[in-house]
Design a protein around this ligand. Sequence first.
Ligand SMILES: Nc1ncnc2c1ncn2[C@@H]1O[C@H](COP(=O)(O)OP(=O)(O)O)[C@@H](O)[C@H]1O
Ligand SMILES: [Mg+2]
Length: 276
Amino acid sequence: MMTTQTVAGGARVTRRCTAVANQKGGVGKSATTINVGGALAEQGRQVLLIDLDPQGHLTDALGLQAAVGPATLPAALTGTWEGPGDDLVVEHSTTPAGGRLAAIPNSLEMFTAARTMDRMRAREHRLSRILASLGTEWDHVMIDCPPSLDILTDNALTAAESILIPVQAEDSSLKALRLLLAQSEDVDTNLRERPLLLHGLVVSLLRRPPSILARSVLQHLEALPDLPVLATIPLSVTVAEAWRSGRTVVDYAPDSEHAAAYRTLASILDKASVTA
Ligand SMILES: Nc1ncnc2c1ncn2[C@@H]1O[C@H](COP(=O)(O)OP(=O)(O)O)[C@@H](O)[C@H]1O
Ligand SMILES: [Mg+2]
């Protein structure tokens, strides 16, 4: 959901919400969410990351603890807790440019939340409601989706106004992408007022040098209409090390090519927020 508000002094503030989605696991969704979020914070933005995957990898990789009740994301999604979204927020870091990186972390009950939500009224709009209750300070909200096309992903695709799709250069990626785009069209038709903006693809975990197969898949991906390849992120210990130390790549290895790639993606999301 895009929220435009007038704050004290009359400045217009636009909050941009991006879902990072692909129903395949291990394609770089969480790494992309964290590191693009980190790059946005480095550029001075107020950034909130939402860990929508019951496995809680984003929470772990930020070095944060899973939330314990009563104020948790699954409690808010299933309506057993109804406070303001800000009560779910946990701080991660601030940056010299005045940026801030924070998260709504995972919680154990996320594993059963989807099943409970399946029985609820307006079940696809639960996350939108939480985002609507957040304060006005956030420039960017990024949602790290689970590796499935379930009610949680439907919630993300309903709440966000744009989508970023990490993929791997593998044969199965093309089929997975078709399924994801079909789901996104379905959400557009049935649940949204305006269609989702498809930013494009982030080819992650690319082995170097790429195999012949990977090169061929890359060519297919690059030829897809209306879905540009925005960046390729090579497989590297830099990303894994930053993840293990609870830091973002732009913080852990600011001069790396990976940091540069994540900054490029951050600028794309940020520009989109200005022109939307
Ligand atoms: N460019 C990279 N180089 C090396 N390891 C990476 C890279 N990107 C992600 N990883 C690691 O690969 C694993 C899968 O990535 P992840 O972002 O968790 O995928 P997903 O969220 O799609 O399941 C994680 O352990 C992560 O730290
Ligand atoms: Mg993940």
